[in-house]
Design a protein around this ligand. Structure first.
Ligand code: ADP
Length: 339
C-alpha cells in the first residue's frame, strides 16, 4: 500500500516504476476498504462450513482495524493508546503527510484520511520518571501532577529514555524553562536550558511534554485543533490525572475504553460495514451500524473528562508552538536524521 497515491487512490506511477517492471498488472486494481473482494473460496465452505454466499471484504492491518474498533468515525476523532509505546491515530480531511508519522486512507470512510504517530517513549519512560521521582508509585506520581500548576511555570522537558521516532532523537533528557510565559506572542518567549527540575515539576514536564508533542505533531498532520473528541486506551488510560492533563492540553472531552482487542473487534465491524454497503449498493457511514446502541455493547466509551478550559487551551497552544520550535532545534543539533 506504500505504492499508493493516497490522494487519488490509485497506484503511484512513479513509485511503481521505481520498484519493478510490470508491477501494476501483477498488483491488480485498488479498491475502497468497504468493497467486496469476492465470494469465499470453496475450501472454507467445505472445511469450516462457511455459507457459499459469504462475502469477503477488503482486508487491512491491525492499526486501521483498531481505528474502526475504537469507533473513530468522524474527522476530528482522535485515539491515544497509552501502552508500552504510545500510539496516536486520528481522522482528518486534510492530506498533510510528513516524515515522522503515517497517513493512510481512512479504513471506514474513503473521503478522508487516517493519521498515525508512534512514540517509542511511552509507559516505560513514564515508569522511569515515576521510579526516580515518585517513589515508584503512581499515587505519588499523581500527587505531583495535582500539586503542580498547568503549564508547569514554563518548565518543559524532552524525555527520551529510548531512541525516539517522533521526533527522531537519540537517548537523552533535555529540560528548559520558558520565560515570559504570560506573553501572548511566540516572539516574546525565551527558553533557558537547565540541568534538572524538582520532582513534582519533573513529573509534570514529562506528562505535559508527551501530550504537547502529540498535539503538535497531530496538528502538523492536519488534525483539527481542538479535536472533536479523544478516546484514550491502553494501560495508562486508567490514570485519572493523566486524563485530566490530556483534556486540558487538547481542549476536548476525553473518553476511555478498556478494550485490549480493538483490532479484532474493528476487523469484525469492518466486515459488517462492507456487508451493509454491499446490501445497500452504496456507501453507508459506519456509525450507522452502532449509533445509539453503543452503551450495551463492548464498544461503549465512557466520558472520563470534559474538555479543559478554553483559556488554558490557548495558553497551551503557545507553549506547544514554543516546544515545537525547541524540538526542531534539538533535532537539527542532535537528531538521528543527521547521520
Ligand atoms: P502494552 O502496550 O504492552 O499492551 P498496556 O496497554 O497493557 O501495554 O499498558 C501497560 C502499561 O500501563 C505499563 O507499562 C504501565 O506503566 C502503565 N500503567 C498501568 N497503570 C498505570 C497507572 N495507574 N498510571 C500510569 N500508567 C499505568
Amino acid at each position: 500500500m506504500n505504492l499508493m497515491d493516497i490522494e487519488h487512490r490509485v497506484w503511484s506511477k512513479m513509485a511503481l516504476e521505481a520498484t519493478a517492471p510490470g508491477l501494476e498488472e501483477k498488483l491488480g486494481k485498488l479498491a475502497p476498504p468497504h468493497a467486496v473482494a469476492g465470494l469465499i473460496a470453496p475450501y472454507f465452505v467445505e472445511r469450516f462450513q462457511f455459507k457459499e454466499d459469504c462475502l469477503v471484504i477488503q482486508w487491512s492491518g491491525d492499526n486501521p482495524n483498531s481505528l474502526a474498533g475504537l469507533t473513530l468515525n468522524t474527522p476530528g476523532d482522535l485515539a491515544i493508546s497509552l501502552g508500552t509505546s504510545d500510539t496516536v491515530f486520528g481522522i482528518t480531511t486534510e492530506l498533510k503527510p510528513s516524515l515522522e508519522g503515517h497517513v493512510f486512507p481512512n479504513p471506514v470512510d474513503p473521503e478522508c484520511y487516517m493519521v498515525m504517530l508512534v512514540y517509542k517513549n511511552g509507559s516505560l519512560t513514564r515508569e522511569d520518571v515515576r521510579n526516580n521521582h515518585a517513589e515508584q508509585s503512581w499515587e505519588v506520581f499523581n500527587k505531583h501532577l495535582e500539586n503542580t500548576p498547568p503549564l508547569n511555570g514554563g518548565k518543559i522537558g524532552f524525555y527520551y529514555k529510548e531512541h525516539e521516532i517522533v521526533p527522531p532523537m537519540p537517548v537523552g533528557f533535555h529540560r528548559y524553562v520558558i520565560e515570559n510565559l504570560d506573553s501572548n506572542s511566540l516572539e516574546e518567549l525565551q527558553e533557558r536550558e537547565v540541568e534538572e527540575f524538582d520532582s513534582p515539576a519533573e513529573v509534570r514536564a514529562l506528562i505535559e511534554g508527551q501530550f504537547l508533542s502529540m498535539r503538535g505533531h497531530a496538528e502538523r498532520f492536519g488534525m483539527p485543533s481542538p479535536p472533536r473528541r479523544i478516546i484514550a486506551t491502553g494501560g495508562a488510560s486508567s490514570n485519572e490525572s493523566i486524563l485530566a492533563a490530556i483534556a486540558a492540553i487538547f481542549g476536548c472531552p476525553v473518553y476511555t475504553v478498556q478494550r485490549p482487542d480493538s483490532a479484532s473487534l474493528g476487523a469484525a465491524l469492518r466486515a459488517a460495514h462492507g456487508w451493509i454497503c454491499n446490501r445497500e449498493g452504496d456507501f453507508v457511514p459506519i456509525s450507522q451500524l452502532y449509533e445509539g446502541k453503543l452503551d450495551r455493547t463492548s464498544l461503549a466509551a465512557k466520558l472520563a473528562r470534559p474538555a479543559g478550559e478554553k483559556k488554558l487551551f490557548a495558553r497551551y497552544s503557545l507553549l506547544m508552538k514554543m516546544r515545537m520550535q525547541i524540538e526542531k532545534n534539538l533535532v537539527h543539533r542532535l537528531g538521528r536524521t543527521k547521520d
